[in-house]
Design a protein around this ligand. Structure first.
Ligand SMILES: Nc1ncnc2c1ncn2[C@@H]1O[C@H](COP(=O)(O)OP(=O)(O)O)[C@@H](O)[C@H]1O
Ligand SMILES: [Mg+2]
Length: 376
């Protein structure tokens, strides 16, 4: 049980009892390494039925839980139908299955205004926080490519924008400029180099939105949190299911590709203090690209393939803008471990952008060469 406090156990059991699960819960334990939601594993007494994941939804980050859960339900049903038509059996092992409450709702709101949901537990799977091998990188690429591919025929306008302008660089830069003007923490003067770096690249970083404005790339449904620990792998380390669908929204494929690469390609931590350690792991980039295009080549427009490396430049740049905006505003958004933490993160992302710029033509050649293998 979750702990020795009987009251707490009773509360969780009552909570689980609100959902239309098979059998009765026999144990509840905290689970997973996610940072956004609180996740618990529920085992039941049903010999043939599934076990479950109970999650408390982070209502600070996701203000509209109805929209959030409607998105997840729609996306999961769509993927389930796709997999069924491909002849996949044991569908619940390959796509998240939300369990409704006994009243038919997609979540339960408790007396303290916490929002809860339950998914089927996908047994025998694991996640890794860090990509270490090219095989893992390839599986990550395969998984997110297939995820986008399965959603390519669902209308993005049917999906709610759960966090408005989440990856809109114009909006992020607007907030950045406001933070400079307000200078709430009195830090503007110490940030000339970083500020200039951002402003000099404003036009170049508008490439993806520019392509969209000219209708060269379509709006898609994207995952928007393509970290490797959001892919469940089977015992043989093969991708089995993409999870953590809270941020699924209309977007451009370059965003998902760029954010996955941002974390995979960096040889150092996101907040590395010694920026000399921030270098590129090109073999992991190549492997992710291979896996991604294997799953996605059949639905991508040529300009979307071109846009992938623009996404690789954009996502660390956008992260740098967000860290520096927070530093300028007096550290109100990201948790910090020391007073200069957001500045340190800013510098590490800045170095990553510089490294990517230095290797841009190499990255473009790798994508082009890989995409060319699918030309007939
Ligand atoms: N349906 C599931 N089956 C098995 N494990 C899961 C399932 N959903 C989540 N997990 C595990 O719980 C962890 C946290 O879940 P996730 O939805 O990614 O939350 P967060 O938003 O906090 O990252 C995952 O990294 C994974 O290990
Ligand atoms: Mg997660």
């Amino acid at each position: 049980m979750i702990d020795t406090d009987n009251n707490q156990v009773t509360t969780y059991l009552q909570l689980v009892g609100c959902f239309a699960i098979e059998g009765s819960p026999v144990s509840i334990t905290p689970f997973g390494s996610g940072h956004i939601n609180d996740t618990y594993k529920i085992l039941t007494d049903s010999p043939d039925g599934p076990n479950y994941m109970l999650q408390r939804i982070n209502n600070n980050v996701f203000k509209n839980v109805d929209h959030l859960m409607e998105n997840i339900d729609k996306v999961c049903n769509h993927i389930k139908n796709k997999l069924k038509s491909e002849g996949v059996s044991a569908l619940e092992d390959h796509v998240l299955t939300p369990i409704p409450t006994k009243n038919g709702a997609l979540y339960h709101k408790d007396e303290q205004d916490n929002y809860w949901r339950i998914f089927v537990l996908i047994e025998g799977t694991k996640t890794y926080d860090i990509v270490e091998t090219t095989q893992q990188a390839k599986e990550g690429g395969r998984a997110f490519g297939k995820f986008q591919a399965m959603l390519a025929d669902l209308n993005p306008l049917d999906i709610h924008e759960v966090i408005p302008s989440f990856l809109h660089i114009g909006s992020r830069l607007r907030h950045f400029k406001q933070a400079i003007e307000q200078d709430a923490a009195g830090r503007v003067n110490e940030l000339k180099e970083e500020t200039t770096f951002i402003l000099e690249r404003e036009n170049k970083m508008n490439t993806v939105l520019g392509m969209a404005a000219k209708s060269q790339i379509p709006l898609r449904i994207t995952h928007n949190d393509t970290k490797f620990n959001n892919v469940l792998l089977n015992r043989d380390d093969r991708a089995q299911c993409v999870i953590d669908l809270d941020t699924v929204m209309p977007g451009y494929v370059a965003y998902d590709f760029g954010d996955a690469i941002r974390t995979i390609i960096n040889t150092a931590a996101e907040d590395e203090a010694d920026t000399r350690k921030v270098l590129l792991n090109i073999p992991l980039f190549e492997a992710y690209t291979k896996g991604y295009l294997e799953s996605a080549h059949h639905f991508l427009y040529p300009m979307e393939v071109t846009s992938l490396v623009d996404g690789v430049l954009l996502l660390p740049y956008m992260q740098m803008v967000r860290f520096l905006t927070d530093y300028l505003s007096g550290d109100t958004y990201y948790k910090i471990n020391h007073p200069k933490h957001n500045l340190q993160r800013t510098k590490a992302q800045m170095k990553l952008v510089q490294e990517i710029e230095k290797h841009e033509s190499l990255l473009r050649n790798i994508v082009r060469k890989e995409a060319d293998t699918y030309q007939t």
